[in-house]
Design a protein around this ligand. Structure first.
Ligand SMILES: C[S@@+](CC[C@H](N)C(=O)[O-])C[C@H]1O[C@@H](n2cnc3c(N)ncnc32)[C@H](O)[C@@H]1O
Length: 233
């Protein structure tokens, strides 16, 4: 059947078995250190542990850092350091990741894992409201990659600070942009409403071109357009 001029959605429901197969065949199964970080997060913070990015998303982050040859990265939303570890693993030895969070408690686990993986010297954790941290960064376009995965009402503010700091051709990733499907709800909760507003904001921004993929909870890719280059569509 044709819908929106295309075939009906092709995304399969991911059963646990199919998810395992996907991770295995894509070589995305968390290695022992990542698995230990997931387990330690679950034990220490059982009510928040779901916030860690999915294993396939973590693997994608490493892959994208390498694909882009990224050297300067900013992350908004560290939590226990899983996505930061995935990002830092893709960096060259002289690359750097600045990761922002407000919680000293939740980020306390991270440093040990980063150091044990040998990438701790590439990662700076800055505690405090991310908007303040981003505003204090150099204003010129110097970032190769940015990843937003923090408080949803903050997304538009983070976007506005990050987009001008992306070098032409650089990538901004925003997580949870389908928000468990709640973006379609008639009366979305505060977070889903904020994501919906963010999605509309990103969609009309002429400085970037976008794709949005249904990986994990929805992941938006925004590429900063070089001056004069028209968007994809
Ligand atoms: C979804 S978690 C991040 C998960 C992380 N990327 C991972 O893969 O483990 C969101 C994080 O955003 C942080 N956060 C919430 N509000 C913030 C703010 N205003 N500034 C910086 N960080 C914030 C929370 O403390 C939390 O650790």
């Amino acid at each position: 059947m044709l819908r929106n001029g295309t075939l009906t959605p092709r995304n399969l429901p991911l059963t646990p078995e199919l998810h395992d197969y996907l991770l295995d065949q894509g070589r995305m199964t968390p290695d022992p250190l990542l698995a230990e970080l997931i387990a330690r997060t679950g034990a220490a913070l059982p009510h928040q542990a779901h916030m860690v990015v999915a294993p396939e998303e973590g693997a994608l982050l490493t892959f994208l850092v390498r694909l882009l040859g990224a050297r300067r990265i900013v992350e908004v939303g560290t939590f226990t350091g899983y996505s930061a570890l995935c990002l830092a693993r893709g960096l060259p030895a002289d690359g750097s990741l600045l990761t922002c969070d407000v919680s000293a408690e939740w980020t306390a686990l991270a440093r040990d894992f980063w150091d044990r993986d040998g990438v701790g010297d590439r990662i700076e954790l800055r505690l405090g409201p991310a908007l303040d941290t981003l505003r204090a960064l150099p204003a010129e376009p110097h970032l190769d990659l940015a990843f937003i995965d923090a408080d949803k009402p903050g997304y538009i503010g983070y976007w506005e600070e990050l987009v001008p700091r992306l070098r032409p051709g650089a990538l901004l990733l925003a997580d949870n942009t389908l928000f468990n499907g709640e973006v379609l709800a008639e009366q979305p909760g505060e977070k889903a409403a904020a994501i919906r507003e963010f999605n509309a904001h990103a969609r009309r921004d002429p400085r970037v071109e976008l794709v949005m993929l249904p990986i994990a909870d929805g992941l938006t890719f925004a590429r900063r357009l070089p001056a004069g280059e028209p968007p994809l569509r």
